[in-house]
Design a binder for this molecule. Sequence first.
Ligand SMILES: [Mg+2]
Length: 263
Amino acid sequence: MASEVPAYAGYIFDLDGTVYLGEELIPGADDTVAALRARGAGVIFVSNKPIATGRSYAEKLTRLRIPANLEQVLTSPMALAHYIAAHHEAPRVLALGEEPVLSELRAIGCRLVESATEADIVVVSWDRQVTYARLDEAFQALRRGALFYVTNPDVICPLAGGSEVSDAGAIMAYMEACSGRTPDHIAGKPSPALAHVAMARMGTTPEQTLLIGDRLETDLVCGKSAGCATATVLSGVTEEADLAALPLDRRPDYVLGSMGELI
Ligand SMILES: [Mg+2]
């Protein structure tokens, strides 16, 4: 692990714990992004969280002095929609998810259906209005052979103040348990799919791309499995002792106190 980071053509930034903590910008994050952009590097901000829209992240970043548009933000629902659009034409989708997921699916021409008999694909996401009837309809669709796609596999989502709530991964686990199947595609971290979509947008190869994040089991695994260079920042949930506990081949290429040290 090194701390001197060479220049890359593309940068994929995790958001919470890396660029900001809640509503507070990590010191230097704005100057770092501005300097990388001035060099001509591609910059994309990624989040697994499927209950907020890409637009809301672009607005938050802009409010925190990092001007960003929708092209520079990639959420797990946006990445899943990218994958579906690349592999299917106007599929019929039974979705367990909230409006940010449904709107991404509609935008690429998916037909949202309610009945298991109509579904080509089941999309499992975080759905705070889910009912037994909806879960069972999704199960029946999986039994009938519908594809099983997931926005993000996070079992819990940490909240400000230290509490936690169950997330899409808990609903995914329910569907796995009853169907005996595993997902055919997972869009969010630690799946490399999120990094693949980000690199496709920036036009960079894995060798030209650095993924920066604070969480070892999601950000680091995503970057490594996509073949990108990886940097772990200590501004979020990971401490130096966590890194020391990792086998050598699973450690990041760079460790930084915060993303301000990138340049
Ligand atoms: Mg994070």
